[in-house]
Each structure stands twice: as C-alpha cells, then as structure tokens.
Ligand binder design. Structure first.
Ligand SMILES: [Ca+2]
Length: 510
C-alpha cells in the first residue's frame, strides 16, 4: 500500500460490527466471524503489518486485510484438483521470513501429487501478490501419502523448522533414512548443501539430506510453535486410536512413535521423550493447532498470559488452554460452536486470538476481550458505498453444511443422520508399504453404521471387499495384503456408509 492510499484509509476509518453471535466463551470475550466461505482453509499466519495469510487446501494463498478478503490470491500452488477427496494432503504450511515484510519472503509447505510428497517452496511478495519470479523450490521431502505433517515455522534461531508425518508407516518415524515422522531444521535456501545447518543434531552421523533431521519418533505432527520470549517449542502430534500429544521440542530427541502413543512409563522407555500433556478419545481426537498467549499487546486478562491455547478438530471440537508450568489440565475456553471444527489458532500482536474452522467450507474468526482495546477495522471505502449494513439481525443459524465431496458417488439422497462424517478431512487415510506388500486404510465413524469398504482397480473392477458389516463409532483400521496378481498402479478405496460414499486413490508401487 502506498502512502496516499493509506491516508485515504485513515480518514475513512469506520467500525464494522461484523457478524457476532452469542457464544459460550468465558464472560467478557466476544467472538467475531471475519470471513466466511473460505475454500477449506488449513492454516493461517499473521503478518506484523496486520495482514492475515490464509491457506486453502487446494492451493490458494489468500490475504485478509483491512477487514476484507482479497479477491486475488497471493499465489496458488499446484496440488490436486480433487484435493478434498485426498484427506490430509494439499497446501498445509506457511511461514513468513522473520524480517517480513522488509524481507518479503513467504514459505509454504504443500503436497505435490506425482509422485506424492511434501514440498517446501519460497515466494517473494510484492504488495499483496507474489512477484513474477514465481516459486523457488527449497526441499522435496521423501515420497509418501497421508500423515503429511505440514507445518513450517521459523524458530528464534532464524532456522526454518518443518514437520513431517510418518506417511502412515510408523517405521519411518524411527528411521534415520527417512525424512518422514520428523521435525526437520534447515537454512531457508535452495542449495542442498548450504541448507543443512552444521549444528543440526545428526549432522555428523547422518549423510545427505538426512542431516536435516532435528527430532524424530513423531506420527503426524500437524503443528508446532515457539513461545515468544522463552523460545520453548511445543509440538502437537496427532495420534491414532489412543491419544493426542503435546510435546516439548528438543534437538536430537526421540518422541517414541510407533513404540508409544500418549503418555508412558519412562522406566519402560527411558530413551523416549514423554509428552508434557496427552489426552485420550474421551477428550478429543485431532490436536491440530497450538499457540502461546504472549502477544506484543495484551488484550486478554492477565491470567491468560503465557498459556498455551490448543484446538482439537474433530466432532467434539473445542479450544482449550493449559499452563506450560503445570500442564496436567486442559481448561475449556471455547466449546464447539455452530461454526465448529477448529483447525488452527494464532495469537495476533494485538492480543486477539484468531482461528479457522471448516464447517460451511471455512471461516476465519477472532476472539477479543471486551474491556481490551476497541476493535476498529480499516476499510478502503474509496468509491464504495459506506452505508453500514445493519448486522444486528443476522441469522446465524447454520444450514446443514455437510461437506459434499466432488467425488462422492450417490449423494442424491443426502442422509446426514447416517453418514460417515460431515468432514472428510480425517475421514479416510491410506498408505501402502512395498516392503511388506500391505496397504493400510483407516477411518473414523461418528456413529454406529453399516460400512462397506471395497477396493477397485483403475479400470473400475472390484478387487476385494475388506468390510461389509455394522461397525461401532470410533476409529477403524483395515490391512490389505496384496495378492501376487495385483500390479503396480492406481487403486481406489471406496468407503460406503448409509447413503454416502467416499472414494480415495491409493498408489501401489511394488
Ligand atoms: Ca510420542
């Protein structure tokens, strides 16, 4: 933004009463929906200049500023056009250079579909769009499907940290010949040698790119963060059917997966780092985001300063927080709301809490404390009718926003009472291990339901039926031992529950 347009903004400052609805936040807090109808957001990051960068799963990097979502994306990366049917893949991570916007580098972590793997790339910002130098690829992570991890962030040491999932094969997490199931640490440059910091913990033991490994033994560390001031790192590791973990990050340490999940007896596993907090399925199912409340400007009451806010994604979605000094208890902050399914949480320099949800495709919202600074939203009203719309009577009743997957077969009778899940994000996960010639297929049911799980080949011919019976609510995993007559190639996993069918590709390379 140039100075003259900025001046126009200042003289046309107005306060917009965004959609507000009653919430079950603690008294004194207000929830405000900033943007609706995002296309499956996965992550946000906050620029020190007030802009909010929003990732949409299919590949668009969007910018929210001055109270509006820019129509033109900052940039778009190439993922898969049927991204929603591919569960956890897509555009997953974003980091701004520590000196952003003075150093205008924007880093992203996304899934390249052929062959499927995570890629870390850099764009250069010019204003609100990437400049025409395009994308600089920094790192292509080892091939493998879901459990992508996907977070990238700069540490206080100005190194770029990258989380990677185990690609659905726990052995990867313990292997020093795999970049999967790890936290990687790198210099944010493209040259493959100079991107490896010489003080990385396995720099002398490992060779080549495996010297990027900084911590290991993780299953699907979907997010991590650093506490402003202390530099403490917390890693959120998504579990399978037992527990979600909050781990403190330390160089060279082993977080136990697949040997352990959740808390454990250190006497039994002295070589592993125990989570500082873990919770089971009675509390939540997908720990997707966490951030420390240590903003530049405090807005929340003093009791929240230094607390670690976390979000759990799945059907009993919530925002809670814990005290890092006594992390036994998670305290309720925001229970599931009508726009529920929290996916990421960030704390602004202004002391507000920002979060995204996926219901109704996706929203960006903020939580502020009413006795804190007044929220003024700056809008460029040049040539725009500045009449403030009366938003006091806004129907916030959420219509059934059950996600309709473009690849869903037979959705003519949308039965929401007997469906797999309203949200495909963690609905189905699969992977194939060539070493044992076995595929693994996992999904989670929101209720007891009859399930048909069938594998088709690329010509649409039924290969095998893995399941055809009533199953209980909760997580399920099936193994498919590939017979000798199954060739390399693309297969389709089709999961039918009630009137809903979800299909996912499975690539088999033998
Ligand atoms: Ca662990």
């Amino acid at each position: 933004m140039n100075k003259s347009s900025y001046l126009i903004l200042i003289i046309t400052i107005i306060t917009i009463p965004f959609l507000r609805f009653a919430s079950a936040l603690p008294e004194g807090f207000t929830n405000t929906v900033l943007v609706e109808d995002l296309a499956w957001p996965t992550r946000i990051t906050l620029s020190p200049d007030g802009r909010i960068f929003i990732l949409e799963q299919a590949g668009a990097i969007r910018i929210f500023k001055n109270g509006e979502l820019n129509v033109t994306p900052f940039a778009t990366v190439q993922t898969d056009q049927n991204i929603i049917s591919n569960g956890e893949t897509g555009l997953l991570g974003i980091a701004l250079h520590p000196d952003f916007p003075d150093t205008p580098f924007v880093y992203v972590n996304y899934t390249v579909m052929s062959p499927i793997h995570q890629r870390v790339s850099r764009f250069t910002a010019t204003g609100d769009v990437a400049d025409n130098t395009g994308e600089t690829i920094l790192l292509d992570i080892d091939n493998g499907n879901c459990h992508c991890g996907g977070e990238i962030k700069f540490g206080p040491d100005r190194k770029l940290y990258v989380s990677t999932g185990d690609a659905s094969w726990g052995e990867n997490a313990q292997s020093m010949s795999s970049l999967r199931g790890k936290i990687l640490r790198m210099n944010p440059v493209a040259d493959q040698e100079s991107q490896i910091p010489a003080d990385n913990p396995f720099y002398n033991e490992n060779s080549g790119k495996y010297r990027l490994i900084w911590a290991y033994g993780l299953r699907n560390p979907w997010s991590f963060t650093f506490q402003p001031g202390t530099g403490r790192m917390f890693i959120n590791d998504v579990g399978t059917d037992k527990a979600e973990e909050i781990n403190e990050g330390f160089a060279g340490k082993n977080y136990g997966w697949p040997g352990t999940e959740g808390s454990f007896d250190l006497g039994e596993y002295p070589e592993y780092i125990k989570p500082i907090h873990a919770y089971g399925r009675d509390v939540g199912t997908d720990l997707t985001g966490g951030e420390f409340y240590n903003p530049k400007t405090q807005n929340f009451p003093a009791e929240y300063v230094g607390k670690y806010f976390v979000v759990d994604y799945d059907y009993e979605s919530w925002i809670r927080y814990l005290d890092p000094e006594s992390p036994d208890n998670l305290t309720e902050f925001f229970p599931r709301i009508e726009r529920g399914n929290y996916l990421d949480v960030k704390i602004g320099d202004n002391g507000y809490l920002y979060y995204i949800t996926r219901t109704g495709r996706g929203t960006l919202s903020q939580v502020s404390y009413d006795n804190g600074p007044v929220d003024t939203v700056v809008i460029d009203t040049t040539g725009v009718d500045t009449t403030v719309v009366d938003t006091t009577v806004v129907d916030t009743t959420v219509v059934d926003t059950t996600v309709v997957d473009t690849t869903i077969v037979d959705t003519t009778v949308a039965d929401t009472t007997d469906s797999l899940t309203a949200l495909p994000f963690y609905a189905i996960e699969s992977g194939y291990s060539p070493s044992i010639r076995q595929a693994s297929i996992s999904y989670r049911l929101h209720q007891d339901v009859i399930v048909q799980l069938v594998i088709y080949n690329q010509f649409g011919k039924k290969v095998t039926v893995l399941e055809n019976k009533r199953q209980q609510k909760g997580p399920h995993t099936h193994r498919w031992d590939l017979p000798d007559n199954c060739n390399s190639g693309l297969y389709f996993i089709r999961l039918k529950t009630g009137n809903k069918t979800v299909q996912q590709k499975l690539l088999v390379l033998r």
